[in-house]
Design a protein around this ligand. Structure first.
Ligand code: ASP
Length: 377
């Protein structure tokens, strides 16, 4: 009898700890995870990994699958009932913008069709992780957390920190305190807001930083702690519905540097860019003949967003307050309408401004509306 009870306990623990596979491919709808619902106590929330690839899974001889990743977290059963699905298994830079869109649609679908999921964890390569995280912050419409996780060392390297980061990502996604804070980036025991975080170092483990504003919170051994929350519109408050969007519009980023020519700006406009983000050297000034390039672009109807390449600081509307009548200037080669196509990028980094501009252009081409969006998101 005692042996039978012992066997039953072992079986239950086995069921309880076994991660649940859901939907092998992005396109396949998630089937209900039967044993997750049946076995997990109400106090242990369902959290699903949607894996996209990156160094966190890039071991010598082949990439770790989503299943292998969730199996690598000792003690996960204390915090969450882990589930997984493989979306892609690529380096971050290899994902196409169509795959980004598909991922946002998939995460929205999971939240809509499986209301008892507490949160989602998305693995990503770190190179463009902050861009993907901000895109999800704008396009996944839920109060529940989306936690983006990666690692700087790969699974074949001594000191691989991927499993620890993943476990921390699951803990944050399972935390009721993470609700309503939008997409979060968790690496190296720190929680940063998707909008604010930047990869600041090519190699160091402490690379993800929120310059100026600091972390939202930390993941400590005893608990997940938040110290502040974002104020900009995010996830559940987002006005962007990408469910019917087939492709994101082309938006390029062009840097200002000494003597930089305006030809590249013209080339981007000629290649079909609907928006161009200028990464200015300081608070918005251009270099060489870039002003001519900008003017040519706005004459073609391109929206031109100014940001700073300095890493922090706010760009306020300068030349043409959005939507307002520009002062008459006989030397200005631009019409008032063309002048209004210059939009200030606020405190967004150039790559984040590009993400917001791509998303904004799926909804409107009105410069005043786009400037409003830049001040709200
Ligand atoms: N090259 C990798 C990627 O972005 C870097 C990483 O994951 O750390 O996919």
């Amino acid at each position: 009898m005692r042996a039978r009870v012992g066997g039953l306990i072992v079986l239950l623990i086995g069921l309880f700890c076994t991660p649940v596979r859901v939907g092998a491919q992005a396109a396949s709808p998630a089937s209900p995870p039967p044993n997750a619902r049946a076995q997990a106590p109400a106090s242990v929330p369902r959290v699903r990994l949607v894996a996209t690839g990156g160094t966190i899974s890039n071991k010598v001889g082949g990439r770790l699958t989503a299943e292998e990743l969730v199996s690598s977290m000792p003690g996960i059963e204390r915090y969450a009932r882990p589930e997984f699905e493989q979306y892609t298994n690529l380096a971050s830079g290899e994902l196409t913008l169509d795959q980004w869109l598909g991922l946002a649609k998939r995460l929205n679908e999971i939240f809509k069709t499986e209301p008892d999921i507490a949160g989602l964890v998305v693995t990503s390569g770190t190179d463009t992780l902050e861009e993907l995280a901000y895109f999800l912050n704008l396009t996944v419409r839920s109060e529940k957390p989306v936690v983006v996780v990666g690692s700087m060392r790969n699974p074949s390297t001594l000191g691989y920190e991927g499993a620890a980061n993943l476990l921390e990502g699951f803990r944050v996604a399972a935390s009721p305190d993470a609700r309503g804070k939008g997409a979060l980036v968790v690496l190296n025991d720190e929680i940063n807001a998707a909008r604010e975080v930047t990869k600041t170092d090519a190699l160091r483990l402490s690379t993800f930083q929120t310059r100026g504003y600091g972390v939202l919170g930390v993941v400590d051994a005893d608990r997940v702690v938040f110290y502040r929350e974002p104020v900009k519109r995010r996830m559940a408050q987002s006005e962007f519905d990408v469910s019917a969007v087939a492709h994101l519009p082309r938006v390029d980023v062009i840097m200002v540097y000494q003597g930089a020519d305006g030809d590249l700006i013209k080339a981007a406009a000629d290649a079909g860019a609907q928006g161009i983000v200028i990464a200015a050297a300081g608070a918005g000034a251009t270099s060489g003949t870039q002003r001519d390039g900008e003017n040519a672009a706005v004459k073609k109807g391109v929206i031109l967003v100014t940001t700073t390449r300095t890493g922090s600081g706010r760009i306020a509307p300068r030349r043409a307050p959005a939507g307002a009548q520009a002062p008459a200037n006989p030397n200005n080669p631009l019409t008032p309408d063309e002048q209004r196509r210059f939009v200030a990028g606020e405190d967004l980094s150039p790559v984040k401004a590009r993400v917001l501009l791509m998303v904004a252009l799926t909804k409107t081409h009105d410069p005043a509306e786009i400037q409003r969006i830049f001040s709200e998101y």
